[in-house]
Design a protein around this ligand. Structure first.
Ligand code: APR
Length: 169
């Protein structure tokens, strides 16, 4: 049974087993939550991301997929990096956004992580409308069979929190 919780705050501070990062395919960092996670976790995260690029993910991590690294100095043990789709008005990429959540939970199961914090993936730089992203994210988590006992959506702003709260049953 997976409990979904919503909190307002900074995902880098969460006392959970794994923190999900809204990365880009390079895995080499960026702004937004990606920048916050690398800043808070420190250089070990980037070192492991570079190793992933040098080994299995030479061409970068495809959209909708997920890989894990250490969380470095953060309270969490792991970071699960996933690449969200950029919002498109003409192409329906919702399957890719759902996949980010499903694949992150699959990786969490592989790690044995039981509590996982998600940001509102794709709703910043990638411009996905919050209400739609919240609907897709919550539906994906609700319909994924996983050993994760708590999925915690960590919302950075009031509008994001409101959008996710509207999806709670
Ligand atoms: N904790 C929780 N949520 C945060 C934090 C934080 N410290 N910082 C930002 N956010 C929120 C944003 O407010 C937004 O709601 O994370 C959500 C995702 O926004 P972005 O971080 O911009 O991610 P995304 O829209 O998926 O774009 C990914 O941005 O930072 C780059 O390298 C990243 O190229 C990639 C792109």
């Amino acid at each position: 049974m997976t409990t979904i919780t919503l909190v307002r705050g900074d995902i880098t501070r969460q006392q959970v087993d794994a923190v999900v990062n809204a990365a880009n395919s390079s895995l080499l960092g960026g702004g937004g939550v990606d920048g916050a996670i690398h800043r808070a976790g420190g250089p070990e995260i980037l070192a492991e991301c570079r190793a992933l690029r040098a080994s299995h993910w030479g061409k970068g991590l495809p959209t909708g997929q997920a890989v894990a690294t250490t969380a470095g100095r953060m309270p969490a043990r792991w970071v699960i990096h996933t690449v969200g789709p950029v919002w498109s008005a003409t192409e329906d990429r919702s399957g890719l956004l759902a996949s980010c959540h499903r694949e992150s939970l699959r990786v969490a199961d592989e790690l044995g992580a039981r509590t996982v914090a998600f940001p509102a993936i794709s709703t910043g730089v990638y411009r996905w409308p919050l209400d739609d992203a919240a609907r897709i994210a919550m539906e994906a988590v609700r319909t994924t069979d996983t050993a994760v006992t708590e999925v915690r959506f960590v919302l950075f702003g009031e509008d994001a929190y409101t959008a996710f709260a509207a999806q709670q049953r």
